[in-house]
Ligand binder design. Structure first.
Ligand SMILES: *Cc1c(COP(=O)(O)O)cnc(C)c1O
Length: 385
């Protein structure tokens, strides 16, 4: 059994993938070939934004988005500590300061209730109102943006987040690395903030066979800026550059692979709903495991099916049982970002974000992909119940 079965998927589309790679080998435009624009057009239409910009990874998508918003030294960017490191890494990389806000215990996404408290604490430099990073006291840092993450494929609470951002003149970036194909109030993930960023890392809901990412926006200005940043800050004239950018392009071959995979993506999204429903049905009567609570305004794309054990010791027992049965599993994430070594300079302490810390001790993820059979799911659930 596979945690994410990319071989089963490939069996369905191998011929199409080979044909599309063959086309790239024939035309030879490995950098910015015609498949890039085609993919951008398809995905902008799917997500429902005016623009989509293919780039080299989800991390670079976030970086390019922050650069387009002109985030840099002196700026604070509010985000969740319960995410993959890339979300906060890019903030630091640009010289800005990540300011963490705890998660909601049911959605695992940034808590809109805590955001105003965090902003008030920053203004007053008062850590009694909300935990703050060291930088908030050393110099003046000004909140400029929020990066909300759609964890495990479930969009964050964007109506609340965007409203708070509007009140404080902050920009919002949607880290949709895990949520492409998910929905919030009938709108597609990736379209829910000023700029949406996704990842095509192989194991994401829509993955390529290497690294890749994409930025989505309705803003012509952001699109134009990001388009320039993606290619070293190019201006309209090839060897004149008006911005300091990066090499953030997607390979044409990866775009070709994504075009083939995108053809079956709607079916895969539907199959993911089915698989998640089967898990939830099988776990319904279990008191010892809390299955995901996604609410009724969103549709998760189920990048992960993550459950909560009652405590760390009980999780250990369940993980061991899955191991003995040869069933793959994962823990996303065992350590919240504010407790990771790379972020020690921020000066956060254990206890600052109790929901994230508690979740990190109890959460684990079961195998999840569109090709999982109900029989396999019964076998998996039987090990932990
Ligand atoms: C995967 C992921 C990223 C980074 O994407 P890459 O394509 O691996 O660079 C960023 N944020 C979240 C939440 C992710 O899951």
């Amino acid at each position: 059994m596979e945690f994410i079965d990319l071989k089963a998927q490939q069996a369905h589309i191998r011929a199409n993938i080979e044909q599309k790679i063959g086309t790239v080998l024939d035309h030879g435009r490995y950098i910015m070939g015609p498949e890039i624009a085609e993919l951008e057009e398809r995905l902008a239409e799917f997500v429902g934004t005016r623009h989509a910009l293919a780039c080299s990874s989800g991390t670079d998508a976030l970086m390019i988005a922050l650069m387009a918003l002109e985030i840099g030294p002196g700026d604070a960017v509010l985000t969740t500590p319960f995410t993959f490191i890339a979300t906060a890494e890019v903030i630091n990389r640009l010289g800005a300061v990540p300011v963490f806000v705890d998660i909601d215990p049911l959605s695992f996404n940034i808590s809109p209730r805590d955001l105003p408290r965090c902003l008030a604490a920053l203004t007053r430099k008062d850590p009694k109102v909300h935990p703050l990073p060291n930088a908030a006291f050393e110099k003046s840092i000004e909140p400029k943006a929020i990066i909300a993450v759609d964890l495990f494929g479930l969009p964050a609470a964007y109506d609340e987040i965007n409203a708070i951002a509007g009140d404080h003149r902050l920009k919002v970036i949607e880290d949709a690395a895990q949520s492409l194909g998910g929905q919030y109030k009938g709108r597609q993930a990736g379209s829910l903030a000023d700029i949406g960023c996704t990842s095509f890392f192989p194991s994401k809901p829509l993955g390529c066979y290497g690294d890749g990412g994409m930025c989505f926006t309705d803003s012509d200005i952001y699109h134009q800026t990001m388009n320039s940043l993606r290619e070293h800050g190019k201006a309209s004239h090839r060897y004149d550059h008006h911005l300091i950018g990066l090499n953030g392009r997607m390979d044409t071959i990866q775009a070709a692979i994504l075009l083939a995979k995108f053809e079956i993506f709607p079916e895969e999204i539907a199959a993911r709903q089915q698989v998640a429903q089967t898990y939830s049905d099988l776990l319904l009567a279990e008191d010892s495991i809390q299955s995901p609570q996604i609410g009724d305004v969103s549709m998760s794309v189920w990048a992960q099916y993550s459950v909560l054990a009652e405590n760390e010791a009980k999780r250990r027992i369940m993980l061991d049982k899955l191991d003995s049965a040869g069933i793959p599993k994962a823990v996303y994430y065992p350590k919240p970002l504010h407790l990771q070594t790379a972020f020690t300079a921020l000066g956060y302490q254990e206890g600052d974000f109790p929901v994230s810390e508690n979740t990190a001790k109890r959460i684990f993820s079961l195998p999840m992909h569109p090709y999982l059979s109900p029989q396999q799911q019964q076998l998996i659930v039987a090990q932990i119940t």
